[in-house]
Structure formats: structure tokens, C-alpha cells
Write a new protein. Structure first.
Length: 303
């Protein structure tokens, strides 16, 4: 076989490998891009409709489900983009469904004899719970849930509520977050477990040996990790051990936070991929997710 024939054979093999790779790997992975774009668009629409920070909602979705609308928790009834349990979802649809165009679902959710909420028709109940997998509905309900916490915190703190404050409310409950934020400046060295005994019993590892100020920093670090970006630390500075004016804390740099929110969306896309996928597939998914999110972000900026 001449050198020219060997070269031609190698070219044909390379082309065949490229075709197979594209058909078996890149094309299926590319299908994830529209899903990521739809999720980001749904989260942004929910944020715009409710006033809840976009970066908070996106970070929450990334942490809860890896931005996967089809996610399910095998250990509980939690499902969907924001991992609502069945009971909480029925409560939220019952409370907010009519206001967001889901009145026909809200009307069939009624109080049960056990004090919870129930749906008499099994098919209707299944349809309502399946709404958790709709990014638009799930994001809007998550935003309404966060807005309730936002209003509560604003009434208790007497100041605007930040994305980190909302994360505290998600982690500690609205009442626990309010207590922590009201005392972090005046009682920074006080025991966090004594201030929030119920939350401490539920999360002993998190509360162990923490003062109020150090617990604030620990939970804030969880939020920064959820966003997956060091730029958040600059946009939302950690309070000193004895912060003098917590109520005058400047608002976070939303632009920086939105930029940072790109990181968990990419991370979520990669982690949502099947375990058996090879590194090159994951790398392709990262690139596709980044392109999808980037186009969505710049589309927002140009409008």
C-alpha cells in the first residue's frame, strides 16, 4: 500500500469516527441545550413577575435539581426543578394557583380530615403534581414561595431583603432567618443554638460550636457555593464579626451575581448527565450549556 493510499485510509477512518461521534455523542448532548435555555428563561420570567432575585432562584434550582426539570428524589416525594414535596406543592397551588392561571387546579385542592390538603380525583392529583416538572410553573411557584419569605423578612427587618437573606430563610425558615439577621450585629458572639434551638436540632452539624456571626458566614458560604462563583463574595461582602450597621448594608451587585449564576447552570447540566457518560461527553455538554446560557443572558441585556 502506497503512502497516498495509507493517508486516504486514515482520512476515511477519521471521517467515519467523526460521523459516529457526532451521531452517538454530540447530537444527544446537544438536545440538553434547549432544556437549559428553557429553564433559565422560566426562572427569569418568574423573577421578573415576582421581584424575587433571579440569581437566588437560579442558584436554588441548581442546588435542588441540577437544573433538571425531571429530577426526582428517591427518598421522598420531592420532585421537579425546585424539588417541592407533594404536600408543599398542593399547598402552594391551592394558595397561588388562581392568581397565576391555574385556577382549575387550585379549586379541586381541599382540606382533608387529617388537616392536610387532598384532591379527590386521582388523575387530577397526578396532573397537579406533574406540574412540578414544568419549568415555568415550578419556577413561578418557587418564586411565590420565596416572595412570601421576602415579605416576612422585610416586615421584621425594616429593610430591603437580599438574595443571601432569602437563602437564609430557605435554610433556617423565615422566622429563624429573621432572628439571625436581627441579632448578628448586636449579639455576634452569642450561641446560635440558643437563639435558634429548633433549627439547631434539625441541623446539628451546621450549628455545632457556631456563634450567631459565624453561623451567618457559614450559611452565606453555602449560598456562594451554590452560585459557584467567587465574584459573589465581592458583590455580597461577608459581615465582620461585629458589623456596626447591618441595616445599612449596601445592596449586592446584581450584575455580578447574574454573571456568577452562569456557573451553577453549567455545573448543573454536567451533573445531571447520566453517570455512564464519558468525560468528552461531559465536556461537550459544558460547552453547549455555556453557549445556551450565554445567548440567553446577552439576549436579556439587549432588550
Amino acid at each position: 500500500m502506497t503512502n497516498r493510499m495509507r493517508l486516504a485510509a486514515r482520512v476515511l477512518v477519521a471521517i467515519a469516527v467523526a460521523v459516529v461521534f457526532n451521531a452517538c455523542y454530540l447530537m444527544p448532548v446537544a438536545a440538553a441545550a434547549p432544556v437549559q435555555t428553557r429553564v433559565v428563561s422560566a426562572v427569569r420570567a418568574a423573577a421578573n413577575a415576582t421581584g424575587v432575585p433571579f440569581e437566588y432562584l437560579l442558584a436554588q434550582a441548581s442546588q435542588e435539581s441540577g437544573l433538571n426539570p425531571a429530577a426526582r428524589n428517591r427518598r421522598s416525594s420531592a420532585a421537579g426543578l425546585f424539588q417541592f414535596t407533594a404536600a408543599t406543592w398542593l399547598e402552594m397551588i391551592h394558595r397561588h394557583g388562581a392568581a397565576i392561571g391555574l385556577g382549575r387546579y387550585a379549586r379541586v385542592i381541599v382540606p382533608g380530615t387529617d388537616g392536610g390538603l387532598r384532591v379527590a380525583d386521582r388523575k387530577m392529583r397526578k396532573a397537579i403534581l406533574n406540574l412540578r416538572h414544568d419549568p415555568t410553573v415550578s419556577a413561578r411557584i418557587a418564586a411565590e414561595y420565596a416572595r412570601g419569605n421576602q415579605k416576612f423578612l422585610q416586615s421584621r427587618l425594616g429593610r430591603p431583603v437580599s438574595a443571601v437573606d432569602l437563602y437564609l430563610a430557605h435554610f433556617l425558615g423565615a422566622g429563624g432567618a429573621a432572628n439571625l439577621l436581627k441579632n448578628v450585629a448586636s449579639l455576634p458572639h452569642h450561641s446560635a443554638s440558643r437563639l435558634l434551638p429548633v433549627a439547631a436540632r434539625a441541623n446539628p452539624a451546621v450549628f455545632r460550636a457556631h456563634s450567631i456571626a459565624s453561623l451567618y458566614r457559614a450559611v452565606q458560604a453555602r449560598y456562594v457555593k451554590a452560585l459557584g462563583a467567587t465574584v459573589v463574595a465581592a458583590a455580597q461582602p461577608q459581615p465582620p464579626v461585629d458589623p456596626p450597621h447591618m441595616h445599612q448594608r449596601p445592596a449586592p451587585d446584581v450584575g455580578a451575581l447574574v454573571t456568577a449564576a452562569m456557573v451553577p447552570s453549567i455545573h448543573g447540566a454536567v451533573m445531571a448527565a447520566p453517570v455512564g457518560e464519558r468525560p468528552v461527553e461531559r465536556f461537550a455538554l459544558v460547552l453547549i450549556s455555556a453557549a445556551s446560557y450565554g445567548a440567553e443572558r446577552y439576549g436579556m441585556n439587549s432588550s
